[in-house]
Design a protein around this ligand. Sequence first.
Ligand code: SF4
Length: 349
Amino acid sequence: MNKTDIRSYSLDQLENIVSSFGEPKFKAKQIYQWIWQKGAMNFEQMTNLSKKLREELNNAFTFNTLIRTHQQQSIDGTVKTGWQLQDNSIIESVLIPVPKDNRYTLCVSSQVGCSLACAFCATGQLKKVRNLTDYEIFEQFLKVNSMSKEIYGHQLTNIVYMGMGEPLLNYNNVVKSIDKITNPLAFGYSTKRITLSTSGITKGIVRLADDDIKVNIALSLHAADDDKRSKIMPINETNKLRDVIDALKYMYDKNKPRIGFEYIMFKDFNDSIEDANKLMKLTKFFPVKVNIIEYNYVEGVNLKKASDEKVNKFAKYLVDHGVMTTVRRSRGKDIDAACGQLANKIENK
Ligand code: SF4
């Protein structure tokens, strides 16, 4: 019989488990801290528990840890790692170091594949297989944090939910993983360091606000009117821009998150001054920073990268009109680790 992963239990459930072994309830808190604060991956490590309790736990439960399948390092230092899950699915996480700014960012995956089929995205070409559990997300954080310390001598400074999958379509587990990363009883990391990137799931954004989840938000905007956006992001058919902006405004009014618009610039599609004007209109409702992102080639996609000249002109136009704007040159594109490129392509390398 397959044993259940101990990390799938809440603190309350752990209390019931230790009670059923005839142990006092405070042992549950110790187990919880071993798992979520100290990152234990087996029961042997839990040295303040009796040997008898560790054996009982080991007989009844397990840790289905991620198994590293592949790893590549880009010439710019970005590290992409593939992980095999218990059901043999593969996901990827990316470590993006910027030593000069003391920034070490994890781009974490939240689903196996993705159902949203954005036209420019390699993950969207993979069918959604399933949601990740909170501990599968948390373990990417733990493992990449260790990796960052090992390779760059620095722990992670930022986490972006921007890897494979749409985080707000795995709402419960993503929020639980954020709790595990930020709860003082668990890892105690600052929510200000976490950014959740969404393609614009209106209900999910409102729910984040209502649940008081104080992470930063990055909206994958990529086109500033419904017609164009629906052409490259089918989710826009059911989550119109007006509603997404209203939801972001609602969240801003409640929790004051930092909000960013991600805008991949495509040649002759969304790179005109008319597009810039439309985008500007969407920045009037709350403070927002626009990130213009270089498009990374994805096989089978009929979109092209905008010229540097167009990108610079577009960015300057926004800045001249008072919109905070940065142009992000892509990281890790030589290893298919850049934005929109994650698709477990290692076997082709
Ligand atoms: S861009 Fe994000 S939401 Fe769109 S298909 Fe890719 S992973 Fe899914």
